[in-house]
Ligand binder design. Structure first.
Ligand SMILES: Nc1ncnc2c1ncn2[C@@H]1O[C@H](COP(=O)(O)OP(=O)(O)O)[C@@H](O)[C@H]1O
Ligand SMILES: [Mg+2]
Length: 340
């Protein structure tokens, strides 16, 4: 595959520390390394582990390069690096049992919390079967001891790349939204909250909004999980798409945070920008306090009913939002009749 494929290009955005600015889960945390053993706050863990054990935490990637030709899990032959983000690297591979292409996501550092987190992503995906959710193939540990997750290879580009190329028209935006909602509704019905819905975690096979697939359940959680999965004071997610309650108190996040994030994605598809702009704390303050702009002010021609829908999806008070993705679909249908 040529080097300029969208998936490869996402690597180009990656900083030497293996994180893409603005694309990886943001983290506001305090606390010690010992505390984090029981939680799944990946970024907090990586940062703290780096601070404690590795004064030069450069490149999670550099410590676990998978060689082309390497066999993972007795089943997947690595063909090349496809992309990377907050968690690790995604490789293109051949599934030797079927001959099909596969994507193998590998994370770089081992620890109890990382393993737990990653195997949960595997378990989450294994439970979910829907055309709008990337299909799970296998998970396990590589020969070098790094946890991996294998899924169907998707040819195309993620929505972040798609949005960077050209605006999406209004009809396509709603087609994409509906389908992403349908996928997330299945996750929500299983008690799973994605918690990091954003354009780079929505993949468009063939660049087609109608075929969108939700990827990267890396910070997902089971709602009924007994142990608190994020430390108090720690927020996982990505600031520009993060619900106010997720920014404030990450431990108490439910499906309505995904509804909010998907609302932000719709906002960006319709207007070319997320509802709130800014960096770091100033962005979070806006997320928590400011009213988002009206979409129709940014894209003339959008009706007041789209403004009203957006007002509900982006409500600061989550009790004013649809309760989950299935309810969100109904709210969307009420504004725009589903295509027949
Ligand atoms: N199944 C796949 N097929 C092709 N490319 C993929 C696949 N999964 C992920 N990618 C690419 O790799 C990037 C990072 O993957 P993701 O699962 O989001 O991991 P991270 O936790 O690093 O964000 C994605 O944004 C996408 O461009
Ligand atoms: Mg991602």
């Amino acid at each position: 595959m040529p080097d300029d494929t969208p998936s490869s290009r996402s690597l180009g955005k990656t900083s030497p520390a293996g994180k893409s600015p603005g694309a990886s889960p943001s983290e506001i945390s305090s606390g010690s390394l010992a505390e984090s053993a029981a939680d799944d706050s990946m970024d907090a863990f990586l940062e703290e582990a780096a601070a404690v054990s590795d004064p030069a935490p450069s490149a999670a990637l550099a410590v676990f390069p998978m060689a082309v030709g390497e066999i993972v899990g007795n089943r997947f032959r690595i063909e090349g690096l496809a992309g990377s983000g907050g968690m690790g690297a995604v490789y293109r591979a051949a599934d030797l049992t079927t001959g099909a292409r596969a994507a193998v996501k590998v994370i770089g550092r081992q620890s109890a919390s990382i393993r737990a987190r990653f195997s949960r992503e595997g378990r989450v995906l294994a439970e979910l079967s829907h055309p709008a959710i990337v299909r799970y193939l296998a998970h396990g540990v590589t020969g070098h001891g790094h946890p991996f997750l294998a899924m169907d290879w998707l040819e195309g580009m993620d929505l972040a790349h798609r949005l960077a190329r050209a605006p999406i028209d209004v009809d396509d935006s709603f087609v994409l939204l509906r389908r992403a909602c349908e996928g997330l509704a299945v996750a929500h019905a299983h008690g799973i909250v994605h918690r990091d819905i954003k354009p780079s975690n929505l993949f468009l096979p063939g660049g087609d909004p109608a075929r969108v697939k939700v990827i990267d359940f890396g910070v997902a959680r089971f709602e009924e999980a007994s142990a608190p999965l994020t430390r108090r004071g720690s927020a996982l997610g990505t600031a520009g798409y993060m619900a106010p309650e997720q920014a404030l108190e990450a431990a108490d996040v439910d499906a309505r945070a995904d509804v909010y994030a998907l609302g932000c994605v719709l906002f960006e598809c319709l207007t070319g920008r997320p509802p709130f702009l800014g960096r770091h704390a100033s962005l979070l303050v806006k997320v928590i306090r400011e009213k988002p702009p009206r979409p129709s002010d940014l894209r003339p021609g959008l009706g007041v009913e789209v403004d009203a829908l957006m007002g509900r999806l982006l409500a600061k008070d989550r009790t004013e939002r649809p309760g989950d993705a299935a309810e969100m679909l109904l709210a969307v249908d009420a504004v725009r009749a589903p295509p027949r």
